[in-house]
Design a protein around this ligand. Sequence first.
Ligand SMILES: Nc1nc2c(ncn2[C@@H]2O[C@H](COP(=O)(O)OP(=O)(O)OP(=O)(O)O)[C@@H](O)[C@H]2O)c(=O)[nH]1
Ligand SMILES: [Mg+2]
Length: 200
Amino acid sequence: MIGSEQITGLILAGGRAQRMGGIDKGLIPFHKKPLIEATIQRLKTQVGSILINANRNITKYAVYGYPVIMDETPDFSGPLAGFLMGLKNCKTPYLLTTPCDSPLFPKDLGAKLANELEHNNLDLAYASSKEADGKVWAQPVFCLMRANLQDSLSSFLSKGDLKIDRWFKELKSGTVIFDDAQAFANANTPEELQSLEAAS
Ligand SMILES: Nc1nc2c(ncn2[C@@H]2O[C@H](COP(=O)(O)OP(=O)(O)OP(=O)(O)O)[C@@H](O)[C@H]2O)c(=O)[nH]1
Ligand SMILES: [Mg+2]
């Protein structure tokens, strides 16, 4: 069984947040505290250690006492740039990624993805959500992967491809469907942030 101490949690806070007006999304107030704090709280019981991936306000993110790692290329090339930095800095056999703007993600995210990965001997297991109408959506930034995928991701990115699902297709990947779609609600706009606050 994969234990939580074998998993490093990577919080993705490196985006541009253009739909939020370009501010640093991890630091906007959520219940009067920086949004990233809710993610830290939910993640820390699921992993042995945490890394924060950010590209701005590094000293503000550093106050939580976890390493803050920046993308190697300062061009905001998307979440896979954050995944790569997570893999490069991961000292455990597994890496679990979560974005900084979905504070209600499942408390059993790591455990369920670990079970799927181990059971099917996968490289990587990601979450999917089932909406009220029964539709299933991939939630690829919620992803547990083996920490030895660095070379695979580096060579994928060096081809100029940035699409998460295309990298997943190169790997032995699988998904776990979570019934509570609300758990994956994320705050892309100020309005979405408000409704997330109201829901929690
Ligand atoms: N490291 C890194 N993470 C990114 C980058 N772009 C997006 N992300 C992260 O990927 C996750 C999903 O991205 P989005 O929800 O689109 O967030 P965003 O890109 O900051 O917001 P928009 O600019 O409005 O699309 C978030 O946790 C982002 O912080 C990037 O260039 N580098
Ligand atoms: Mg984006």
